[in-house]
Design a protein around this ligand. Sequence first.
Ligand code: AMP
Ligand code: GLY
Length: 419
Amino acid sequence: MKILIVGGGGREHTIAWSLKKNPEVKKLFAVPGNAGMEKIAKCFPDIKATDFDKILLFVKANKVDLTIVAPDDPLAGGLVDLLNENGFRAFGPVKEAAQIESSKAFAKAFMQKYDIPTAKYEVFDDYVEAVKYALSCKQPLVVKADGLAVGKGVIVCKNTRESKEALDLLMLEKKFGSSGDKVVIEEFLEGQEITVLAFTDGKTIIPMVSSQDHKRVFDGDEGSNTGGMGAFSPSAVYTQAVAKEFSDKIMKKTLEGLNKEGIIFKGVLYFGLMLTADGLKVIEYNARFGDPETQVILPRLKTDLLDIFNACIDGTLKNIKIEWEKDACVCVILASGGYPGEYQKGLPIKITKPDDGILFFHAGTANDAGRLVTSGGRVIGVTACGKNVKEAREKVYANVGKIKFDNVHYRTDIGIKKN
Ligand code: AMP
Ligand code: GLY
């Protein structure tokens, strides 16, 4: 069986590693992939995840049996639709379903309509009205670009000055282009953030094990928001009672709502949750696996990932029992110094052999004529499993020093959350 993975981050490396456990997976391709994925997949660094025409030609020419579309941009742009229309099998939601991530205004209206708990909000396409409203609200406040903005379109504002600056940035300066034509202004939620991913075939939805991401760049949750500096699974605050609340008040209602809208979502639905004093609320939906969450979730999966992907596509998920290891997993991201702002690329990376069981999932790495070099903000994730988060954490931090490049930055408190 020939499989193509679209994307080139730590998430895609983890998916490739997980699929490769199935002996039927004879050939893996990745576009663009990364230097770490090259060990298990043939990578094509010149084909971007959004080069739809090239990807379609590639799938035809190489007789690819299944394409996994992992990142947000190609899902939002309709790559799964294009492949399906041309008779090819693909894993991931179609464009209409991916809207749940690609338009925050759509997601908020959807939650309101189906009574799914979320932060109170208003949507604006007029700058003057938006500023007037923001200044009248209780602060802190959260200002969000409606569209995709490479994970940076959400600004948490401490006071009215910052709220106005955020609106200036998104609506006047158009920092994220047309993504800021419309903005969502919403109430700031306090609590612990939990990620729950779920597999769905549009009729059945099965949650995966819980995880927590560390979004801020520095220890103690200081500094800018990033794509995620590390993650751990399971979440200690995701108790059985919280899981039930999630299932009854959020997950099932989301699937029912999608069905009522006539939307068939097949793939992975990402629930970004906040456990507030007032109950569990949805911060955001994503239409895909999270990164770095995937790096701590898939290593715990006992069931074959390819079987699950096929069941999601074929609408037979109800026949599958998904099983997980009891272990906990922790992932620490080694990033380029300066990320999520400016950073240098092309720095040589030296890796020494890690302890047994340690996983290195690559993201921003490239092969420069045989030399391993940095090529992105998040460079490599170091993952370890253990009998609990504490043990997994100790194993990870005993191994982060085995990867060396200039200006490396990582958080030293991954796996520890203040209550
Ligand atoms: P999003 O892209 O919507 O997940 O937002 C990115 C991050 O901003 C989230 O993971 C939260 O840390 C933070 N955030 C978003 N919305 C809120 C909110 N209403 N209250 C508090 N923090 C938020
Ligand atoms: N880690 C957050 C995300 O994948 O969107």
